[in-house]
Design a protein around this ligand. Sequence first.
Ligand code: GLU
Length: 301
Amino acid sequence: MELLPLLQRLAAEADPGSGRVADYIPALASVPKDRFGIAFAPLEGDVIGAGDWEQPFSIQSLSKAFTLALVLSRVGEALWTRVGREPSGNPFNSLVQLEHEQGIPRNPFINAGALVVTDWLCQLEADPVGHLLSFLRRESGNPDLVVDPAVAASEADHGHRNAALAHFMASYGNLASPVPVVLDAYFRQCAIAMSCRDLARAGRFLARHGTGEGAARLMTRSEAKRMNAVLLTCGTYDAAGDFAYRVGLPAKSGVGGGILAILPGRGTLATWGPALDERGNSVAGLEALDRFTTETGWSVF
Ligand code: GLU
């Protein structure tokens, strides 16, 4: 199948519909809602893409997939003593569920769970965000990746709910580092800017069963399977069921409008469309991924 014409058609027909750009982080609110990019990275070789596929945007929660990979590959199953791996069915920043579950977040992709993973990275690395950036630069092949300081500052200024989640978990003894240290690392990891091209390349190790650039083994085959399982069941907020139904791929989305989807044994797809549906997933990205897997037949099912 000729993929580039398909990507070009999907980009040309992308429609943000009634979706809305996230505005609870003010620095994200000014992004035009009709931007759209899509990229496909095969297991080896060049990434192809269409639309705004080389335009950097704020990766936000997509960063959670990469921090999880870094921590899971270092600490293994011990991770699951401090965070669960079940879909939440609640909004990504819910406090209610956390109280109910005594400070153990439901999964690593809701904000509370991601804060635990970041806390663990803070314990493993003196410069956790620098470590994450080195990983992303190496895997994406883009040495220029940086944190957008304006987005990080904007989120810190408006991060009351994340601060509440972190303090709440600290009260249950589920944070090892000081709350301000964890929040600072978390806000900066979310504020990394990457393009669809960068993301598609950086995620390839998940399609290659744990093997990164230069044939480096980043995690075991079994860990890569577990990562993809958690992405499928928990990676797209409390709409993971609908996402699996429509797209049929492990994926992570972010409120910056990005989605990274994994086609195990085949490659990765990254989309960017800043207008979000009410669950927080990109309207145009979800539609394009749905059409991509429908037209190619390349889902995991
Ligand atoms: N930095 C955002 C927050 O913590 C990430 C949200 C997201 O992309 O889901 O609210």
